[in-house]
Ligand binder design. Structure first.
Ligand SMILES: [Zn+2]
Ligand SMILES: [Zn+2]
Ligand SMILES: [Zn+2]
Length: 139
């Protein structure tokens, strides 16, 4: 599957395009694992002048537009990842010792069906599932 075009994604979601926004989205699309705003900001700073507050604001917009997913750990550490067709919905594993976040295998039909059953006719927009424990390195 070909990589998504940032231009198309922004256009399809009617998100105003700036070069900073497009670079930020591009970094997220290229990532294979979730990344925090501060870490994204560090990468982005190599390409363009942008402050952390703008990065946070932009990530919030992207999230509202459904371009990315936010994985909220402990209320302060938030990781971001792409939510396009290349990254189907999945649970995350969080290592409580080293703080590593790992994307687990995408939900299959069975899991998706159980979520729908659990919610019982309510409309589901997102599912967040974080499994906590110790990774192979730390156990
Ligand atoms: Zn994609
Ligand atoms: Zn660990
Ligand atoms: Zn993930």
């Amino acid at each position: 599957m070909e990589k998504c075009s940032t231009e198309k994604l922004l256009k399809n979601t009617k998100t105003k395009m700036t070069s900073a926004r497009s670079s930020l989205l591009n970094i997220i699309l290229e990532n294979s694992s979730p990344e925090t705003a501060t870490s994204l900001h560090k990468k982005l700073s190599k390409e363009t002048r942008i402050d952390l507050a703008t990065v946070y604001r932009t990530l919030k917009i992207f999230n509202q537009k459904g371009l990315i997913r936010a994985i909220n750990l402990d209320g302060e550490k938030i990781y971001y990842e792409k939510s396009c067709e290349h990254n189907p919905l999945h649970a995350h594993f969080y290592c409580e010792k080293c703080g590593d976040v790992e994307c687990l295998n995408p939900f299959g039909f069975d899991e998706s069906t159980s979520f729908v059953k659990m919610a019982d006719k309510k409309e589901i927009n997102s599912v967040e599932l974080i499994l906590r424990g110790r990774c192979e390195k730390c156990s």
